[in-house]
Design a protein around this ligand. Structure first.
Ligand code: RIB
Length: 281
């Protein structure tokens, strides 16, 4: 069982011709609302890829919570440790997507910031995944309880204590985040996965690159959630005992598939889709 400790958001998405520059108004965009949040996305991605998953998180006591949780419920992610916080709003992400699939995201954390170490202190945790859209003390408390593999997605890039990095078996970042953390990523000897967008991803261990994988060519519609899919798929594949290069190839293929459909959670691929694309590419 993987316990994901992470954020739950409702994504309010405007898909338009291009992304706005500071001070610019872009018009003629299409509006959509999708369940999102890095924690929730990774939980559902891992579940669709075949893992047993529970999510620890927090939403507000509002209508947005129902929308934010509905695909997790449909996907049978265990949600009994998601708190509903009175007086808080459910987390929301305001997302602009351009015609070529690039995005800009502003997150309003709301209830995600209410999560406390008490919310995990009583939980048995085997394998764990964590993201930085919830308070760091909760992640540290959960990582200490984990008896198995710990996967930490250092997104979004924030100042974090060394203690957090030291507890992880796998650290995943994109190129921008990798530049922020620098050599600290490699200090503990954990696997370090850096996603490189259309170039694929590289996997490091002990300061050495041990695998490189290019994604299959796909028609990109929307890259929101691609990093979450990549992290979840890599974690699931390593937990299944796959060799690092094979696990990385599985993860970039899953990430590429998630770019072919709009929305974070609606675009997460199933195990069957990933295996089928891997077999033909
Ligand atoms: O990684 C994508 C996610 O980041 C979106 O779903 C949004 O909610 C933000 O948390």
């Amino acid at each position: 069982m993987i316990t994901v400790v992470g954020s739950i958001n409702l994504d309010i998405v405007a898909t338009g011709p291009h992304l706005p520059r500071p001070g610019e108004t872009v018009t003629n965009a299409r509006l959509a609302r999708h369940p999102g949040g890095k924690g929730a996305n990774q939980a559902l991605a891992a579940k669709r890829l075949g893992a047993e998953v529970q999510l620890v998180g927090a939403v507000g006591a509002d209508d947005m919570a129902t929308e934010a949780l509905h695909l997790l419920q449909e996907g049978a992610v265990e949600l009994s440790n998601v708190s509903h916080i009175n007086g808080e709003t459910t987390g929301a992400a305001l997302i602009a997507v351009s015609a070529d699939g690039e995005n800009q995201i502003v997150v309003c954390p709301g209830a995600n910031n209410s999560l406390r170490p008490d919310d995990v202190d009583f939980l048995p945790i085997e394998h764990m995944m964590g993201v930085l859209e919830v308070p760091v003390p909760v992640l540290i408390a959960a990582m200490r309880r984990a008896t198995g593999f710990v996967s930490l997605n250092l997104a979004p890039a924030l100042p974090v204590p060394d203690e957090l990095l030291a507890e992880a078996d796998l650290i995943s970042v994109n190129e921008t985040e990798a530049a922020v953390y620098g050599d600290r990523l490699h200090a503990s000897g954990a696997f370090v996965a850096v996603s490189l967008g259309a170039e694929g991803a590289v996997l490091w261990r002990g300061g050495k690159d041990i695998a490189l994988a290019a994604p299959p060519k796909v028609h990109v519609v929307d890259t929101v959630g691609a990093g979450d899919t990549f992290t979840a798929a890599l974690t699931v594949a390593l937990l299944e005992g796959r060799a690092p290069d094979e696990a990385l190839r599985f993860a970039v293929t899953a990430g590429a598939l998630s770019c072919t459909r709009p929305g974070a959670q609606p675009s997460l691929p199933s195990r069957r889709e990933v295996d089928a694309l891997l077999a033909t590419s």
